[in-house]
Design a protein around this ligand. Structure first.
Ligand SMILES: [Ca+2]
Ligand SMILES: [Ca+2]
Length: 262
């Protein structure tokens, strides 16, 4: 590809029975988001992708703009009848390396994600990381769904994270985490979430999580969060920057899931 910014590719479906494009980032390393200190001139734009961006178009709402290190992650686009546009932008001398495997997914494929899912995971257990988790900083201006295929004979999903510091680091509610309507700027949404042992239909305020641990608002101990709502999904929402009164930037999340038999 050309070595001057921008680098644009149009991806056109090979026939009308292609519904989605799956982009697998075999390698993806471009400039990290802005990490300026809280009092610097650009501080209001902390964690925004200022020095490089990857953008893609999708027929039903565009996926988030990303930057940083995203090797091994993927992104799903709803295929447009008039081709989808992939675009890398960067400032001079910013690092840039990528290798993307593009798969055209037929409309009737069992591997096709429900519409609206930016990432799609299969299998009864797995791990989901936020974009640029490897780079150490979550990104601003995100709002996307990570979906998990409900495997045959399974009715429930459980989300949890390791006790390692940093595997859930969304906002500055320290120590510990927060949930429900306490989380309004940056948060992980677990659609239909409920605490272990509780009524899945009547356990309000466990559908959004922020802070530095996945837990209920009445606890200081991390918890597994379950859901029976399909498609199984994890939403990630961040606002336009980081104004928290701390110097540390948060890393995002690395969450494990396990499906539970019916
Ligand atoms: Ca944050
Ligand atoms: Ca934020």
């Amino acid at each position: 590809m050309a070595d001057s910014s921008p680098c644009t590719a149009m991806v056109c479906r090979c026939n009308s029975n292609v519904c989605q494009l799956r982009l697998d980032f075999q390698s993806f390393d471009i400039a990290q988001p802005n990490s300026d200190e809280r009092l610097a001139a650009r501080a209001v734009q902390r964690t925004q992708c200022l020095d490089a961006t990857f953008t893609a178009t999708s027929r039903s709402g565009n996926p988030p703009v990303i930057c940083g290190t995203n090797s091994g992650y993927h992104m799903i686009l709803e295929a447009d009848a008039n081709c989808n546009r992939l675009n890398f932008d960067w400032f001079e001398n910013a690092p840039r390396q990528w290798r993307i495997l593009i798969t055209q997914v037929p409309c009737n494929s069992p591997n096709k994600a429900p519409e609206g899912c930016t990432q799609y995971f299969t299998g009864i257990m797995g791990t989901v990381e936020s974009y640029n988790f490897q780079g150490g900083t979550h990104l601003a201006n995100q709002d996307y769904l990570n979906c998990v295929r409900t495997e045959l004979g399974f009715c429930q999903i459980e989300w949890s994270h390791s006790p390692l510091e940093g595997d859930f680091s969304i906002s500055a509610d320290k120590p510990g985490g927060s949930s429900g309507d306490n989380c309004s700027l940056d948060y992980v949404g677990i659609l239909g979430g409920f605490l272990p042992g509780n009524d899945p239909f009547n356990n309000p305020n466990n559908d959004r999580f922020c802070g530095s641990g996945l837990m209920s608002r009445t606890s200081t101990i991390t918890s597994t969060i379950s859901s029976i709502q399909v498609p199984f999904g994890l939403r990630f929402v961040t606002d336009l920057g980081e104004t928290d009164d701390v110097d540390d930037l948060q890393g995002g999340f690395k969450l494990n899931y396990m499906q539970i038999p019916c």
